[in-house]
Each structure stands twice: as structure tokens, then as C-alpha cells.
Design a protein around this ligand. Sequence first.
Ligand SMILES: N[C@@H](CCC(=O)N[C@@H](CS)C(=O)NCC(=O)O)C(=O)O
Length: 284
Amino acid sequence: MPCCGCDPGSDGAGSDSLNHCSSVRLLTLAPPVSGYSSGGLLFPLAEPQSEYSWPYFLHAIEFTGPFHGGGTPFAAMKRFGSFHEKGTSTMKLYYSPGACSLADHIAMHEADLTFDRVRVDLKSKETETGEQFNQINPKSYVPTLEMDDGQRLTENIAILSWLAQRKPALAPNSEPGNLRLLEMLAFISTEIHKQFGRVFKPTSDAEATAAREKLGQRFQLIATMFKGDYLFGSEASVADAYLFTMLLWAKKVGIEVPEKLGAFAELMRARPAVQLAMKHEGLE
Ligand SMILES: N[C@@H](CCC(=O)N[C@@H](CS)C(=O)NCC(=O)O)C(=O)O
């Protein structure tokens, strides 16, 4: 059993194995042209007549392949002349496929942030770029977020709260939203996430059974806390990303959850941010 819900067998197939910077997002001022998309790249079918004839809108284009930083699609984009911002991000999310850092990964995409992701092997404590992870985070666990100013932030509760500050739509809008969010994140972290440790690495069968039972109760309880399709109503928050990750773990170890949570997990799976994060982590 792994130490957590991470997927040690996954090499983060696809973009991860090619380039740790492969989730770079380029913000462009682009026209609403028709085009086709391949591997996350938008290829315009027609060039604009004049940039002033475009009804500008902010468009996010994601590079997910080996073309990042060069290559034909990059050149095509340049020819298209739509770069507003280019280059790699200064933010880095250290993650392990399927681990609790998936919650932060999803929330980063929900917040439309530009960031690089760096896979960490939780057994060897080495990053995919060959760095010693405990030099980066002495706690030696994911998630770790290196922010734009170089400061490193750890702990799911802190990172998810920070993301909700960056994008307030990811926090509940009813008063006192931030407090309710903190309450929910703490519940998920300490009462659900941490219980899984006893399921993944039990010291005895009795402990594993007790932890599974406790988790079943926690999931029953959280199902009654929903204010709508999502925890806080009709909009997803960073707490939903965390709960979704816990539900993936529950499924992995065969813990039954109430119907409401099954429906919620399906709803989450349909979100582009979730699909993107799962694809990047090789979890599909
Ligand atoms: N208190 C931390 C715990 C994070 C955590 O449990 N991370 C796990 C993956 S889900 C990990 O990296 N474990 C490796 C280790 O502890 O050696 C948080 O909530 O962010």
C-alpha cells in the first residue's frame, strides 16, 4: 500500500514525462476565430484581417506537449501574432500523482493560474528534475507550492486558502465565507485525509477496520453538509477539490460513500480543471 492515495505506479504519463513545465499557460489576446485543437493547442483556421477588427477577449491556451518553448505550433502561434504573455511561470507545484496534492492541482487550474508542476517520488524523495525534495520542503511531503515571489507554501489548508484568496469565486460567498471555508478544509484535512493514513498504512487489521468505519461515518456526515450540488451551493470551491480527491481515495480502497457523494464526484469529474489535472497526473 502506498503511504497515501498517490499512485506510485503512474509516471504521470504524457506531458509529465516530457517536460515538467508542460502545464504552462499562455495568456493571449486572441480573436474568436474558428479553429481546431490538438493536444491542448488551438490552431487557427484563418488569420485575422486586422488586429483592430477583432473583438478582443482574453483567451487561455495551454501547451501540454513537447512543443513547449519552441517547435512548429509555437511558431504558428507567433505568426498568429497573439502573444500577450509568454514564457514559463515562476510558480511551481510539487505534487505526486493521485496524492492529496491533486486537490491543489485542481484548484490551481480552477483559479486559472499559470504554473509549472514538478513530480515528486515520495519513496526516493527525489523530484523528477533530480533535486532532493527535502531540500525544497524539509517536511518532505506534497503539496508544496513555490509562489511567484519564491516563497514556498506547504499544507493543503494553507495552499487551498491562498488559492481561494487569489480567486474569491473559489470560496463560499455567504458570510462568513472564509471562516466556513477554513472550517471545512480543517474537517477534510484532519478528520478525513488523516484517517486515510490508518487505512493505507495500518499497524494492525483492527486499526484498518476502525479507520474505515470512521471514514464511512465522516463521509456520511459531510454528505449532510452540502448546500447544493457543491459543498457551499451551486459553485465549486477549493474545498470541493479536496473532497473530490478524498473520494478518489475512498473508491480506491473500497469505502462506500453516500449516493450524494457519488453524484458529486461525477459532477466534479466533468469539470475541465479536474480533467486537466487528472490528465496531467496520468490518472485517467
Ligand atoms: N499536513 C500535510 C500532509 C500532506 C500529506 O499527507 N502528503 C502526503 C501525500 S498525500 C505525502 O507527501 N506523504 C509523504 C511523506 O509523508 O513522506 C497537508 O495537509 O498538506
